[in-house]
Design a protein around this ligand. Structure first.
Ligand code: PLP
Length: 397
């Protein structure tokens, strides 16, 4: 089908929930994607922090091919080997004792909300159900995850929301202290607010939250959906703060492109789920788990990919900082590892479009923040190519 026909069919047959670019992407390899007209792009979006190993990583492709020929799906009423192996790998390389699998970030957050409430009611045996979340956060689109997302503009038209949430400003420890009460069961927070505009909190923020949780019998639930799987230069972003959470929600980069989410938790918290308290038909599906395991093993075994992220991020931030010096309309550049934002004093939409014309996919969030989340295998040369392109686009303003 020719591109214009596909775009027309898309408009006709797909619900209008995204302001999509008029690009039909048909192939990906490493840091590159290709559209239906044969144009090549360097991908600084990675499916929104999903393709951490790049597109179609050979080890993931082979794992998928093998698993697809063997067994694609069985019910969670039975065991399946890839799910067991993935749980074991995640537990071996993290603070966690147990994993629960689902199909997306939103579902991992729903599971975290349910687990925290069950923990308050069934383990602590107290009337604890309230969860403290942060203004500007993003935790997903189902009603529980949407309520946890403290952004009124995303709530509009979906009220009434779920009771039992308290919102406080991000990076404000005193506000969290003031919000804790006898009904609180957990604090839910992103180590860096990604959708919220790449907001990096002060060093020690997670540590202070950990202390509040310990003092008040609360669970620390970390949303590592965007920051996890090496994105910030550590396997998980909380490692930068030298703390461990009780629960971490994972998705995005976990499956290297296959849809999968996970909740990993310490034993005291995980025991709150018992047979029948939560579940998912597709959660822990052998195909998705085989891809996630191949991706995870690659990230863990490769001694270059994650260690290189910090230096790549520094290089990228340095180049963006030079552009900030040159162009007064650049308000800020910030980020950690390869989760980077550049805030402009005008909407970034046209810059995104101009980048596409030049062969680069970039993202814009919160209207004015250009966001860069390339595969972790991006090179300094590719980053430099984007920096030169941005310079050229900015010079024309
Ligand atoms: N939490 C965070 C931090 C996210 O960035 C996202 C998605 O952007 C989600 C949750 C929701 O994940 P999903 O879109 O897989 O449901």
């Amino acid at each position: 089908m020719i591109t214009n026909d596909m775009l027309a069919d898309s408009q006709k047959y797909i619900m209008n929930t995204y302001a999509r670019q008029p690009l039909v992407l048909i192939k990906g390899r490493g840091t590159r994607v290709f559209d239906s007209d044969g144009r090549e792009y360097i991908d600084f979006v990675s499916g929104v922090a999903v393709n951490n190993l790049g597109h179609c990583h050979p080890r993931v492709v082979v794992a998928l091919q093998k698993q697809a020929q063997r067994l694609m799906h069985v019910s969670n009423h039975y065991q399946n080997e890839p799910q067991i192996n993935l749980a074991k790998a995640l537990v071996t390389h993290s603070f966690a004792d147990k994993a629960f699998f689902c199909n997306s970030g939103t579902e991992a957050i729903e599971a975290a909300i349910k687990l925290a409430r069950r923990y308050g009611r069934e383990i602590l045996k107290e009337d604890r159900y309230e969860i403290i979340t942060m203004r500007g956060s993003f935790h997903g689109r189902t009603l529980g995850a949407l309520t946890a997302t403290a952004q009124e503009r995303l709530h509009k038209g979906f009220e009434p929301l779920l009771p039992g949430f308290q919102y406080v400003p991000y990076n404000d420890i005193a506000a969290v202290e003031a919000a804790v009460n006898d009904h609180s069961c957990a604090i839910l927070v992103e180590p860096i607010q990604g959708e919220g505009g790449v907001i990096v909190p002060s060093a020690g923020y997670l540590r202070a939250l950990r202390e509040i949780c310990d003092r008040n019998k609360l669970l620390l639930l970390l949303d590592e959906i965007q920051t996890g799987m090496g994105r910030t230069g550590k396997l998980f972003a909380f490692e930068h703060d030298g703390i461990v959470p009780d629960v971490a929600a994972l998705a995005k980069g976990l499956g290297a492109g296959m849809p999968i989410g996970a909740l990993i938790a310490n034993e005291k918290t995980a025991q709150a789920f018992t047979p029948g308290s939560h579940g998912s038909t597709f959660g822990g599906n052998p195909l998705a788990c085989a891809a996630a395991l191949a991706s995870f093993e690659t990230l863990i075994e490769d001694d270059i990919i994650i260690p290189a992220v910090e230096q790549l991020g520094r290089h990228f931030l340095g180049g963006l900082a030079n552009l900030k010096k040159k162009y007064s309309f650049v308000r800020d550049v910030r980020g950690k590892g390869l989760l980077i934002g550049m805030e402009l004093d005008f909407p970034g939409k046209d810059v995104v479009t101009a980048c596409i014309k030049e062969g680069f996919l970039i993202n814009c969030t919160m209207e004015t923040v250009l966001r860069f989340m390339p595969p972790l295998i991006i090179t300094e040369q590719e980053i430099d190519q984007l920096l030169v392109t941005l310079d050229g686009i900015f010079a024309k303003r």
